[in-house]
Design a protein around this ligand. Structure first.
Ligand code: GLA
Length: 359
């Protein structure tokens, strides 16, 4: 048997700074315990032989490295194909193939299972083919796969945070400069919970691109009046001054970006002082803004956050793109008994059972 290599890439949650990455601001993700693993063997043929334990009904895909165009029917393997596709376009060649067996345990949407798979593949490629690319190069290639290969206008947060993330730290990413700093995420006597609404969605069929386009349209209008490169650079006072130049819908989207970017500044100060009260306030305001102004939460995410609020937990918000998937909350360790209460309330509202796990 050929030598077998094993790899792992985590998922991520974003604590604050939602829909800010493609608007050039700061975001605050951290990696979670769940992730995607792979067992990999080299094979002589220039082919990718891919199997996933998560999709037992799908066959083992056999994909020639000479034919890597996007094909809908290739399902999740498009994330893998896309990385090889762009690397070949950049002039890298692969003189042998790989047999890849995948297993992921990232629940639901919003925790970056796709970016986890992409970064996993980047790590596999770097270790096996030794292309000598930097981590940031791989992040950029993965984002290109999302934007151009799959047609989702997503930002850099997910791939960046998974590539550079460290457990126990927030990776505070400047999505304009593509730099980061680590901030200890010290929860002391509290726990981060992942609240899976079990309401499925994919970004390709969501309004994600619509939100991206709305932001770009708002930026274009505002640039006629003020010198900014992206919406995160807009101050609250300038937003208030020029907001009437925007139509009603675009104004709400820009408002979210401006105020959320501002909350990010407060977050940094709050975390440096372990000021949990402020973190709680910021998370709660973020959810409200994503609900009322950015309009990406939806019934299920709102219901689970409401359920948290009703039992007295306010450090709760959706995470990731929204439209279903997962929310997060931070709970005192001595209040863990409230988890059942949250589940009960969520079920009463939606008739769906939520799954709640530690982050
Ligand atoms: C998805 C995208 C990210 C980011 C978030 C929202 O996870 O992939 O780039 O825009 O949504 O913050």
């Amino acid at each position: 048997m050929n030598k077998e290599y094993t790899f792992f890439a985590p998922g991520r949650v974003n604590i604050l700074g939602e829909h800010i990455d493609y608007n050039g601001g700061l975001v605050a993700p951290t990696v979670i315990t769940n992730g995607t693993s792979a067992k990999v063997e080299k094979i002589e043929k220039r082919e990718l032989e891919i199997y996933s334990e998560n999709f037992p009904d799908l066959k083992t895909f056999k994909i020639s490295l000479d034919n890597l165009e996007y094909r809908k029917e290739d399902n999740y393997t498009n994330y893998i194909k896309g990385i090889f596709y762009y690397l070949q376009k950049l002039g890298f060649s692969f003189n042998h193939g790989l047999k890849i067996s995948i297993k992921g345990d990232i629940p639901g949407g919003g925790l970056s299972s796709s970016a986890s798979l992409e970064i996993l593949v980047c790590n596999i490629i770097e270790q096996i083919y030794k292309l000598n690319l930097s981590k940031l190069d791989y992040v950029k290639i993965s984002v290109k796969v999302e934007n151009e290969y799959l047609g989702v206008s997503s930002g850099v947060m997910d791939q960046y945070s998974i590539m550079f993330g460290k457990k126990g730290y927030l990776t505070l990413i400047d999505c304009n400069k593509l730099t980061h700093e680590y901030i200890p995420f010290n929860l002391e006597n509290k726990t981060l919970l992942i609240l899976n609404t079990n309401k499925k969605r994919t970004l390709q069929d969501s309004k994600y691109n619509e939100r991206y386009n709305e932001c770009m349209s708002g930026l274009k209008t505002l640039k006629q009046y003020i010198n900014i490169n992206n919406l995160s650079e807009l101050s609250i006072s300038d937003f208030e001054k020029y907001k009437d130049k925007l139509d009603d819908v675009i104004r709400k989207r820009v408002k979210h970006v401006v105020y959320e970017s501002n909350r990010m500044k407060e977050l940094k100060t709050a975390l440096s002082k372990n000021d949990f009260k402020t973190l709680e306030k910021l998370m709660s305001l973020s959810h409200e803004s994503l609900k009322n102004d950015y309009e990406v939460t939806g019934f299920h995410l709102d219901s689970i956050v409401e359920a948290c609020n009703e039992v007295g937990i306010y450090a709760a918000r959706m995470t990731g793109a929204g439209f279903g998937g997962n929310a997060i909350c931070i709970i005192d360790n001595d209040k863990m008994h409230l988890v059942d209460e949250i589940k009960k309330k969520y079920f009463e509202k939606t008739n769906i059972h939520a799954s709640i796990t530690k982050g």
